[in-house]
Design a protein around this ligand. Structure first.
Ligand code: NAD
Length: 500
């Protein structure tokens, strides 16, 4: 089904603070562009440090007030209700996200729908956060732990899956009893505001979920704000390093979900039809704009030529078009900056000796001449330490390379600074699990790719991140442990009386 056709009128969005739309204090705005048409889509508040301060203070008041006064069960129920409302608005949210980031409507709508699963799961965890009683050697003392929320959590998110990544970041924080200020990407700011409005409608108290739009200035003001107790950041490794350093100055923690250069490894005994679909979806299903993109594919020598030729045929036949239309298989990349990056990195790969087997160029579609379309691209001949094999493109660019055996491919796969995900395709299940042990990545898929669930931990090794999202342990990232000691006996512990 195609998306409900969007309007061409310019949209205007304010910040969403303390349960209502709030214009920026100094009137600054920025515009977002529809990458399919190159036309202006809408305008948003360019938030200043003063706007960020208003939002953080609202979140802090809600934390000190109504949110902490709710029982954990009630808090969880409100989160679940919010999830229902988001899923019911999936068409609207999917449409505005597609119009802002160019990814297929079917994918954006699905992400809005499954946000409900995340809010249901984490809402259900809200009343299962339990401390422990510790059996001390001093048996007259009752010692127990209480897990307490941190306060205001700042969630800074990217443009590629805005609703999904926002909910993935904040659901565990809210379950733990924190309040949040979201700073969406300047490329896709609208859906965060829509989500916050729905939170209000679900009965979540004003100030629990706030949104400030803007770019680096707003993001940095949020990280530096003295009432922000924790950062949940999803984005590039470059921004992650800057944010972690600033948070370090303030002695607060960061959960970091960063980039990747994930290997997709195919042994010659794998099911080739399954592999073809898995490798294609790993890199081209979202125009390469997913953190887990399988952007390096290693094929065992015996099947290399056959598999490459099948993939080149498939890449050349992918239908580029308006991502709101059901017949399109790939939309544009999200911004002119991303398009320029794709072009620049492919040009560098070629200068370094790589050969273009498919794509490698911008595409101008009839009627969408100003859209940021880039052809599905396959490169071969890059060495595993070359620039294109070491750095994230975040576009539809796949590098392919042959390998001999396990040792050979493990060395190449682990040779980048990243460690987000990896795929292994084989019918030898022992080999699959042994490879999973040797790959330095937070997620390893065997005979599948890009699978994710609310109850399975997700996060990066090495430069791909710090901390874990999803799964019960995600809640722990937003809690702090208090140890309570209570002497039960009436013994007098006089420091100057020595007991023999
Ligand atoms: P980005 O790092 O440029 O921006 C991400 C967010 O951070 C945006 O909201 C941006 O405004 C903000 N920001 C940038 N610099 C900042 C600073 N100094 N202080 C505070 N905020 C700042 O990333 P992007 O281009 O929006 O997204 C693409 C990147 O995100 C890719 O590297 C991709 O791999 C990564 N990503 C990771 C995951 C994951 O779960 N590991 C998921 C999706 C995307």
């Amino acid at each position: 089904m195609s998306a409900p056709s969007g309007t061409t009128a310019l949209r205007h969005y304010a910040n969403y603070i303390n349960g209502r739309d709030q214009p920026g204090r100094d009137g600054g705005v920025f515009q977002s562009i529809n990458p399919t048409t190159g036309a202006i889509w809408g305008d948003f508040v360019e938030s200043s440090a003063a706007d960020v301060d208003t939002a953080v203070r609202a979140a802090h008041s809600a934390f000190e007030g109504p949110w902490s006064a709710l029982s954990p069960t009630r808090r969880g129920r409100l989160m679940m209700r919010w999830g229902e409302l988001i899923a019911a608005s999936a068409d609207k949210i999917g449409t505005i996200e597609t119009e802002q980031n160019g990814k297929l409507f079917a994918e954006m709508r699905t992400q809005a729908r499954v946000a409900q699963d995340w809010l249901t799961y984490f809402g259900g965890l809200a009343d299962k956060i339990e401390g422990r009683v510790i059996p001390l050697d001093r048996m007259s003392i009752l010692n127990y732990t209480v897990l307490e929320p941190l306060g205001v959590v700042a969630a800074i998110v990217p443009w590629n899956s805005p609703t999904f990544l926002t909910i993935m970041s904040i659901a565990p924080a809210l379950a733990a009893g924190n309040t949040v200020v979201i700073k969406p990407s300047e490329v896709t700011s609208a859906s965060a505001v829509e989500l916050a409005r729905l939170a209000e409608e679900a009965g979540i108290p004003p100030g629990v979920v706030n949104v400030v739009t803007g770019g680096r200035i707003a993001g940095e003001a949020l990280v530096d704000h003295p009432l922000v107790a924790k950062i949940s950041f999803t984005g590039s490794d470059a921004a992650g390093r800057t944010i972690a350093a600033r948070a370090g100055q303030r002695l607060i923690g960061c959960t970091l979900e960063l980039g990747g250069k994930s290997p997709n490894i195919v042994f010659d005994d794998a099911d080739i039809d399954q592999v073809e679909a898995g490798v294609l979806s790993g890199i081209f299903a979202a125009a390469g704009q997913t953190c887990v993109a399988g952007s390096r594919a290693f094929f065992q020598k015996k099947i290399y030529d056959r598999l490459v030729s099948r993939l080149v045929d498939r890449a050349n036949s992918i239908r580029l078009g308006d991502p709101l239309k059901a017949e399109s298989q790939m939309g544009p990349v999200a911004s002119s900056a991303q398009l320029a990056k794709d072009e620049r990195m492919v040009a560098q790969a070629v200068a370094d000796g790589a050969e273009i087997l498919a794509g490698g160029k911008r595409v101008r579609l009839e009627g969408l001449e100003n859209g940021y379309f880039y052809a599905p691209t396959i490169l071969q001949g890059a060495g595993s330490l070359d620039f294109i094999m070491q750095n994230e493109v975040f576009g539809p660019v796949l590098c392919v390379a042959p390998f001999e055996d396990e040792d050979d491919v493990v060395a190449m796969a682990n040779s980048t600074p990243f460690g987000l995900a990896a795929g292994v395709w084989t019918n030898d299940i022992r080999r699959g699990h042994l490879m999973a042990r040797r790959l330095r990545a937070g997620t390893v898929w065997i005979n599948t790719y890009r699978a994710l669930a609310f109850n399975s931990p997700f996060g990066g090794f090495k430069d791909s991140g710090l901390g874990r999202q999803n799964g019960a342990e995600a809640v722990n990232q937003f809690l702090q442990t208090k140890s309570v000691w209570c002497e039960l006996s009436r013994d007098i512990q006089d420091p100057f009386v020595i007991k023999t």
